[in-house]
Design a protein. Structure first.
Length: 280
């Protein structure tokens, strides 16, 4: 396994791989790898000849009062997990290399990113789209793998790829959950035992919503009300939003359409921000 830190070297190696006829699979991450990331790596290995995992905590997608400094960085553990799972290349650039002091060019998506997390984190998606475009340009992947847990991010990335004719195919892996149902996230480790107990109500509320849909309920107002009711029973939870939306446009849906409509939740569990969703 090769570890690349230089932008110039990454460009050169990616070009050599493409000229050599290899299919490249990209798994962009911020490190602190968990089973959700590993599932994407495994999917990338099935589709690609060469798998490149990026490990880069992107400062541009954190707001001024968010947890950039505290975000877990576990380089040695990440390195071993990549080795154990057959990753070919880790791209591990510095923030200074990716965003030098005079950096001033950003990519804005102005529809899909404007709702839900785009309201509560107004600069977040500008940072996500900008870093992803840079990674697409550097790695030139045939396939790029993202997790369904970050549903709005997936929709935003698919939109910029389509709008800007970026030659990569976006693949979405299903949400991987811990045995108790909590969606895997690097921020789960911030939770105390009591906070985690309350956080479990997120997946329980989404499962209840799916049960309602499976029983024939199609009204999104009814589904949203049920989710809010269940979440509001937990004193540590403050709801940021509960929405039922089209999974591609992120626009509010009035009725549930099979495989097209998702319920999305964002909450604070005390001072820990968590998101989750479920596809109907």
């Amino acid at each position: 396994m090769q570890v690349i830190e230089s932008i110039e070297e990454m460009q050169t190696v990616a070009m050599q791989l493409r000229f050599g006829g290899h299919l490249i699979g990209l798994v962009p991450t911020m490190g602190n790898l968990h089973d959700g990331h590993i599932s994407l790596i495994k999917q990338a290995k099935e589709k690609s000849d060469k798998v490149i995992v990026t490990i880069f905590v992107n400062p541009k997608q954190f707001g001024p009062s968010e947890d950039f400094a505290e975000y877990p960085r576990t380089w040695k553990e990440d390195l071993k997990k990549c080795e154990d799972n057959g990753v070919d290349i880790i791209f591990h650039p510095s923030a200074e290399a990716m965003f030098p002091k005079d950096f001033s060019t950003y990519l804005n998506e102005e529809t899909v990113s404007e709702v839900m997390c785009g309201i509560s984190r107004p600069s977040h998606f500008k940072g996500v789209t900008t870093v992803c475009l840079k990674l697409f340009n550097l790695v030139r992947p045939d396939f790029s793998f993202f997790g369904q847990k970050d549903a709005q991010q997936c929709a935003v990335i698919k939109k910029i790829v389509r709008d800007l004719n970026i030659p990569t195919e976006i693949k979405i892996g299903e949400t991987i959950r811990e045995p108790d149902g909590l969606a895997l996230s690097s921020r789960n480790q911030y939770l105390t035992k009591l906070q985690r107990e309350d956080a479990l109500s997120i997946s329980k509320a989404l499962t209840k919503a799916k049960d309602l849909v499976d029983s024939g309920i199609k009204s999104t107002d009814r589904i949203i009300a049920e989710i809010i009711h269940m979440l509001s029973q937990k004193r540590r939870i403050r709801i940021i939003y509960v929405q039922v939306v089209d999974r591609e446009t992120m626009q509010a849906a009035k009725t549930v359409l099979q495989n097209q409509t998702i319920a999305c939740v964002a909450v604070w569990v005390d001072d820990v921000r968590l998101i989750d969703n479920i596809v109907f």
